[in-house]
Every structure is written in C-alpha cells, then in structure tokens.
Design a binder for this molecule. Structure first.
Ligand SMILES: Cc1cc2nc3c(=O)[nH]c(=O)nc-3n(C[C@H](O)[C@H](O)[C@H](O)COP(=O)(O)O)c2cc1C
Length: 257
C-alpha cells in the first residue's frame, strides 16, 4: 500500500468524493486491516467522552453514493461530543487520503444500527477505492473563504492553509484572532447556510469546529509552533453569532524573546 506524503500534505490532497464512480476496484484485506488498526489510534479531543468507530458495508447505511464501506462514529451524547467526533473523524479523513482511499463525510446518511454498545450514532465517512490520480492537485480550484474572512492578526504561515479544512455544506463556521500571545478560535454563525436547515446549523457547525481544530493543530505543528490548548464548552442550543471555543497559547521560541 503506497503512502502519499505526511499528514500535513493531505490537507492539500484531500477532497470529498461526492460520488464514487463505480470502478471495480475493491479495498483489499490488507487495506481494511490497516484502516482498522489506524482507527484504533484516533486521538480524542475530549477523552472523557466514550466513542466507538465501526466500519460496515455501505449497504448497511442509506448512503447511495457508490461507496463500498462506511466508517460509523458512535458516541456518548454529552458535552462537546460533536466537535470530539469531528476532531477524530478528520484524522481518519487525512489518513484515508494518504493511502489512496476516497472519502466523504456524509451528514445526510443514516446507518441501520442507530446505537452500538449503548452509544449513539453521530456521523459517517463513506469510503471507496478511487483512481490514484483523482485526489486534489490544484488548490486554486477549491472554494473557500479568503484569509481576512477567517483570520485576523499574524497568520503564522498557517492562515492560508487552515482555510482548506472541510465543513458541512462548506459553511466554514470559524474565525481565528491572533492576539500576539495566542489564537482565539471562534465558531461563528454562518451568514449564508446554503441548503442546511437552520435547525441543523449548531449540530454540523460544532462538528466542523472539531475538524478545524485538528487541521489547525496539524498546521501549527508543521510550522514547529508549540502551543498550550484551552478548550471552552460550546453546548448552547441558542443561535449565537460568535462563541469562543478554544485558545491556543503560543510558546515563544528563544529567537522571538
Ligand atoms: C460534517 C460534514 C458533513 C458533510 N455531509 C455531506 C453530505 O451529507 N453530503 C455531501 O455530499 N457532502 C457532505 N460533506 C462534504 C462537504 O460538502 C465538503 O467537505 C465541502 O463542500 C468542502 O469540499 P471538499 O471536502 O471537497 O474540500 C460533509 C462535510 C462535513 C465536514
């Protein structure tokens, strides 16, 4: 199984396979067992929240996008379980791209098994073998907000990269303020919500924030920037224009002191 670059490189390579075009290639036993092994290494954002990840044939779900399997995320429904699932799932998304497996975060999907070992279904990622040349090659074709719409203050070499984090309906509900000592990360209510029903915004945008934090940390680590992370609870069901979800205190390198 060929590996294409490191985790950071996948931010540039990954894309959603909204439709897996019926190739005959199936995932091999080796690929499936490597995936299983990888899924066991997923790092939670909130270790106190119980989770379970299962890979099932796509026919055991409502996913009709031509995927072969779906990765199902189950969780205790408490606290920040949505961003926890987003943070864990994005690690899987980046891994899948690195080993040539196409992936689609699929919020519309429902699995046959709504619970597993007492935990509730949260989200799925549909997967299938895809041609090696079908990953993203040209970021300029990728629709995302411009940097000033998602970041203020020094971009630290990461502001132009984190904006490529995926999000449900591509709403990109995040904003980062670099105050000189650290990064304040906000979840923001999207100005336009496309086809997403208003009642689903909090649900998906919280998951998106988990995805964004994983991408942000991957970028900070790639730049050699050390940080201390402080997470703030984001569980209100109200329509909040802007809620601070995290603070990343940046440790100054000796050269900056
Ligand atoms: C939590 C989440 C749920 C999503 N649900 C769906 C979905 O139900 N159907 C779909 O076609 N795409 C879905 N997507 C994919 C997004 O539309 C896609 O990530 C976004 O448009 C950015 O495009 P890209 O992933 O190709 O960079 C979802 C993405 C996320 C992060």
């Amino acid at each position: 199984m060929e590996k294409h670059g490191n985790t950071y490189d996948q931010i540039f390579r990954r894309r959603s396979f909204h439709l897996f075009k019926g190739g005959s290639d199936r995932l091999s036993e080796a690929e499936l067992s490597a995936l299983d092994a990888f899924l066991k290494t997923l790092r939670p954002l909130h270790p106190e929240i119980k989770t379970l990840v299962r890979v099932v044939p796509a026919r055991e779900t409502t996913c009709m996008r031509g995927a072969e399997y779906c990765i199902l995320f189950y969780s205790e429904k408490k606290g920040d379980y949505l961003r926890n699932a987003g943070y864990m799932g994005e690690q899987a998304d980046l891994y899948l791209n690195s080993v040539g497996i196409g992936a689609l975060w699929y919020g519309m999907g429902k699995p046959r098994a709504k619970t597993a070992e007492g935990l509730d279904y949260v989200i799925m990622i549909a997967i299938a073998k895809v041609p090696a040349d079908s990953f993203r090659r040209d970021l300029s074709q990728t629709k995302r907000k411009d940097v000033p719409a998602i970041w203020s203050g020094d971009g630290l070499g990461v502001s132009d990269i984190v904006r490529y984090a995926p999000s449900a309906c591509n709403l990109q509900p995040w904003f980062v303020e670099n105050d000189g000592s650290g990064l304040k990360v906000f979840r923001i209510w999207p100005a336009k919500r496309g086809i997403m029903p208003a009642g689903k915004v909090n649900f998906f945008n919280r998951m998106d924030i988990g995805i964004f934090l994983l991408i942000l940390e991957t970028c900070l680590e790639h730049e050699g920037l050390k940080y201390g992370r402080q997470l703030f609870e984001d569980t209100s069901d109200e329509r909040l224009e802007r809620v601070q979800v995290a603070y990343y205190r940046l440790d100054k390198s000796p050269a900056q002191l």
